[in-house]
Design a protein around this ligand. Structure first.
Ligand code: ACO
Ligand code: ACO
Length: 150
């Protein structure tokens, strides 16, 4: 598997990106401002993440997704490790990520990768998404903000 930056001339893997974030408007907005990296096997894109500079000292993974049939094989972990290395090598001190209160597996993965919870953006999903989101039988309302100090 190879992880590389998506060239400006290439179309982003929209289906994957929308799996992580159902808002096309939000996805388009951070695609414009951030850098997109893809994981490839045999010229086939099987994973993606979008990294955006947040403050002078920090970046944030705005979106991360792995193709359904490839999930649970360690690819998400490798994408996060790539984001950690890229952020550190570019002189930033912190890497951030945010996910819904109902995203049990994602919260598990991010903590296994070293992220710690640093805050809660209450009602973020109710304010920003028109359709209700339900995962694991839980209503998604709050954004759990997480961070790694590099
Ligand atoms: N309890 C404990 N651990 C769990 C649980 C759980 N309920 N669910 C998952 N995990 C752990 C797994 O055990 C594994 O840890 P391990 O490596 O110690 O075994 C880890 O989480 C999953 O690791 P990977 O296999 O590397 O992850 P994967 O390749 O499946 O990618 C991802 C994870 C990106 C979240 C993928 O499932 C996906 O694309 N989901 C749909 C889109 C999505 O929800 N994206 C994130 C939205 S938030 C955002 O974009 C900022
Ligand atoms: N992802 C999604 N849902 C989950 C997960 C998961 N990883 N794990 C559990 N759940 C859900 C189940 O699906 C179920 O929901 P459902 O009713 O919609 O199916 C629910 O959580 C569990 O419900 P119960 O069966 O009613 O719970 P149980 O009788 O097992 O009691 C308890 C829960 C008290 C936590 C028990 O497991 C226990 O004694 N654990 C050991 C002691 C402990 O950890 N206590 C809590 C410490 S914190 C404190 O004390 C304040």
């Amino acid at each position: 598997m190879n992880i590389r930056r998506l060239a400006a001339s290439e179309l982003p893997p929209m289906e994957l990106l929308l799996d992580a974030d159902p808002s096309r408007e939000m996805v388009d907005s951070y695609l414009r401002k951030g850098e997109t990296f893809v994981a490839e096997v045999d010229n086939q894109i099987i994973g993606v993440y979008v990294l955006m500079e947040k403050q002078e000292d920090s970046t944030e993974i705005m979106n991360i997704a792995v193709a359904n049939e490839k999930q649970g094989q360690g690819i998400g972990r490798k994408l996060i490790q790539h984001a950690i290395d890229y952020t550190r090598n570019n002189g930033f001190a912190k890497l951030q990520i945010g996910t819904g209160n109902s995203s049990i597996g994602q919260l598990a993965l991010y903590q296994k990768c070293g992220f710690r919870i640093v805050g809660i953006d209450f009602d973020f999903f109710l304010r920003n998404y028109p359709e209700p989101i339900i995962e694991n039988g839980i209503s998604c309302r709050d954004m759990i903000r997480m961070e790694i100090i590099l």
